[in-house]
Write a protein that binds this ligand. Sequence first.
Ligand code: ASP
Length: 366
Amino acid sequence: MMSIKLLLSVGASLALASPVPAPPSPVLIGRETGHFNASRPNITIFATGGTIAGSAGSSDQTTGYEAGALGVEVLIDAVPQLWNVSNPSGIQFANVGSSEITPEILLNLTQMVQRELDKPECQGVVVTHGTDTLEETAFFLDITLRTDKPVVVVGAMRPATAISADGPINLLEAVTVAAAPAAARRGVMVVLNDRIASAYYTTKTQANAPDTFKSYEQGFLGYLLDIKPVFYFQPALPVGRPYFNVTAAAAEALPQVDILYGYQGLDPKMAEAAVANGAKGLVCTGMGAGSWTRPGQKALAQLAKENGTAVVFSRRTMDGFVESGSVGYGGGFLNPQKARYTLMLALNAGYDDEKMHALFESQSPS
Ligand code: ASP
């Protein structure tokens, strides 16, 4: 007989100091299952909250519910089929809506996940997460973890209490992918709604519908048919995907990078205000392929010269490539929130101008 082990990391609870509410008290002993089978892969589920752990007052309520209400033990118990494909164990890392996830929490999470992946007995990791910022966490993990083992980030668009809740099947599909040998060496993946996607490119495209995670240009990596993964390609990693080693970084290490939004008549003082407020870098969500107003560019050039502010241009359009211009760096295919974490990690690693150009221009046409 083997019990599901539910662990609460002291490190995680320390990282969850304000503004994230304290995690639930550590009542974390699982139940006896008798399902353990040494021939199945051991998959560790890090639960962080979100709609997949959400609870509403009625089964027809799909908005205005409480995200992060149910513990990882409840999530695992709701899907006994997990035992058909794995020996699952759960770690209640946090239990919050994903808008409460911070860079400090992510540093802590990636360090814990790396330690778990480094254990020979762990064959794969699943992270359950709110969908609102899921792509940020998945991207951060993708560029800070070093492993060949599958890592899958999963969420749900309907709370666990809803009729046709998508959380249980998404969790089963995520664990199934994490347990599949064919899922190795593909970087961090996002699994929702039967699709397997690269964390590097995937973004949330729809505020309400279950079919929301897409990477329009790069496409999906695969599909789940009868809850069995089918990959379209042999294992491959995104071109130009960097790796930042943060295994020893202190929780408060990452420099502040803010995102500005571009629009007709934008106020150039936004950039100055952000820098005065502590930003070491700025990601400009430009119009079209990253354009910014002339007065705005002048202000950015001045901040770069006088304060050493690093500026990356992305785009407010859904997809496409942003080239480098006369100021700062073009973010390539990265959307603003992904460009932000890339810039934060590069600044943290002390990249100079040449390395920044190489980093952001690694996908430029040759
Ligand atoms: N507001 C929720 C969150 O991001 C939405 C979700 O989980 O899907 O945590």
